[in-house]
Design a protein around this ligand. Structure first.
Ligand SMILES: C[S@@+](CC[C@H](N)C(=O)[O-])C[C@H]1O[C@@H](n2cnc3c(N)ncnc32)[C@H](O)[C@@H]1O
Length: 238
C-alpha cells in the first residue's frame, strides 16, 4: 500500500486552507472548536498550517494505514503533535461513532479520481464513477462549514448544485491549474475522464485540469456567494 503523493496539489490544499481559515477566522469559530479532516495523507500540508496558525487544532483521519504511519512521523518532525492528530479509519465511521459532527468545520482534499471502478493505482483515491462521491458525502454529513477540494473533471456542476440544495453557499475559493500526475494519467482513468468531459460532466485540457479549494457554508454569519465564479474558474459553462 502506498501513500498519496502530489507535491503541487498538497501545497495548494495547505496554502488555501490556511488562507480561508485566516480570512474567516472569527466567523468559523475554529479557534474554539478545532476542525476535523477527512484524508490527512502524509500530513505535511496541514502540519504547516497548524504551525502557521497557533490557535488551530486538527483531528484527522485516514483510511490508509501507511498514510497514518507517515502522517504521525511528519507531525512529530514538525513539532505539532499536541495540536494535530491522525487516526486510522474511515472518516464517516468515526463521525458516526462520535454521534455526528463534533465541530462545525471539516477540511479535506478528498479522493476525487473518477473511474468505472476502484481498481486503480491507489484505490483509496477512487471518488466513484463521477469522482465526487466523497465530497457529496461530506456535504451531507452535517457540518456547517466544508472546506474541500473540487476538481474540474469530477462533475463540479453536480457538486455545486447539490451543495446549494443542501443550503450551502460558496463563500470563497482558491483555484489552481494542475498537470496530470500519476493518478490521473493511468490510461483507464484518463479515458474515463475524457468520456465524462464529453458528456458535459467536467473539464480537462490536454494533461491538465483545475482544482479549487472552496469554502462551502450554511452559516448565515459568513456572507457571500461565489458559486458561479467557482464554476467559471473550473472552466464549467454556466
Ligand atoms: C487526495 S489524498 C489527500 C492527502 C492529503 N490531505 C494531501 O492533500 O496531501 C486523499 C486521502 O484520503 C484518504 N481517504 C480516502 N477515503 C477515506 C475515508 N473514507 N476516510 C478517511 N480517509 C480517506 C486516502 O487514503 C488519501 O490519503
Amino acid at each position: 500500500m502506498t501513500c498519496f503523493s502530489s507535491t503541487d496539489e498538497s501545497a495548494h490544499y495547505g496554502f488555501s486552507v490556511c488562507m480561508l481559515l485566516e480570512q474567516y477566522r472569527s466567523r468559523l469559530r475554529w479557534e474554539e472548536e478545532g476542525v476535523v479532516e477527512l484524508g490527512s495523507g502524509d500530513a505535511t500540508a496541514i502540519s504547516d498550517v497548524v504551525r502557521a496558525l497557533p490557535g488551530l487544532r486538527v483531528a484527522g483521519y485516514d483510511i490508509s494505514a501507511t498514510s497514518v504511519e507517515a502522517a504521525r512521523a511528519n507531525i512529530a518532525d514538525r513539532g505539532v503533535a499536541d495540536r494535530y492528530t491522525v487516526e486510522p479509519g474511515d472518516f464517516f465511521d468515526q463521525a458516526d461513532a462520535a454521534g455526528g459532527p463534533p465541530v462545525s468545520t471539516v477540511i479535506s482534499n478528498p479522493p476525487y479520481i473518477p473511474a468505472p471502478d476502484g481498481d486503480i493505482v491507489m484505490p483509496e483515491l477512487w471518488g466513484g464513477v463521477r469522482g465526487n462521491d466523497l465530497v457529496l458525502r461530506l456535504l451531507k454529513a452535517g457540518y456547517d462549514n466544508v472546506i474541500t477540494a473540487v476538481a474540474s473533471y469530477s462533475d463540479p456542476l453536480e457538486t455545486v448544485r447539490t451543495a446549494e440544495d443542501l443550503g450551502y453557499r460558496v463563500v470563497n475559493f482558491l483555484a489552481m491549474g494542475l498537470d496530470y500526475g500519476t493518478y490521473s494519467s493511468e490510461p483507464k482513468v484518463r479515458d474515463h475522464i475524457r468520456r465524462l468531459c464529453a458528456e458535459g460532466r467536467g473539464w480537462a485540457g490536454d494533461d491538465q485540469y483545475m482544482v479549487a479549494i472552496a469554502l462551502f457554508t450554511r452559516n448565515p454569519d459568513v456572507p457571500g456567494d461565489r458559486a458561479e465564479q467557482l464554476l467559471r474558474a473550473l472552466q464549467i459553462a454556466v
